[in-house]
Design a protein around this ligand. Structure first.
Ligand code: NI
Length: 137
């Protein structure tokens, strides 16, 4: 099995806030991430697919195809957007990296041909990243 990764970046703003809770409770839970007008991140997205290289090409997946898929289905929809307000597939979702990564998985997974989606890794800061591999616990 060979693992192939495409990296893309995007910039977006978000606010961590659960409307079911009071403002005080939200500040307790999310601290400055609950600031009313949001804040931004330069996200790094790594999409990894797994498979066996094809006999004819030596590729697990054509990285040009993977790049175009990720840009079309994800990056164009989130780059320079406010994740709480501008992105239809994140409506009603608290836009933590965990939830964003899972939403990206749901979009990409059915669209990967010839290989299988292995992981979505989303880096929000230098120090913080999440990885989703599709298993529901
Ligand atoms: Ni944040």
């Amino acid at each position: 099995m060979v693992y192939v990764t495409r990296r893309e970046t995007f910039s977006a703003s978000h606010r961590l806030y659960n409307p079911q809770f009071s403002d005080a409770k939200n500040v307790e839970l999310f601290d400055k991430c609950a600031n009313p007008n949001g804040h931004g991140h330069n996200y790094v997205l790594e999409v990894t697919v797994a498979g066996n290289p094809e006999q004819d090409t030596g590729y697990v997946i054509d990285l040009k195809d993977l790049k175009e898929l990720v840009r079309r289905e994800i990056i164009q929809k989130v780059d320079h957007k406010h994740l709480n307000h501008d992105v239809d597939f994140l409506e009603g979702v608290i836009p933590t990296s965990e939830n964003i990564a899972r939403a990206f998985w749901e979009i990409l997974q059915p669209n990967i041909r010839g290989a299988r989606l292995f992981s979505i890794r989303l880096r929000e800061t230098e120090n913080n990243a999440v990885e989703y591999r599709g298993e529901k616990s």
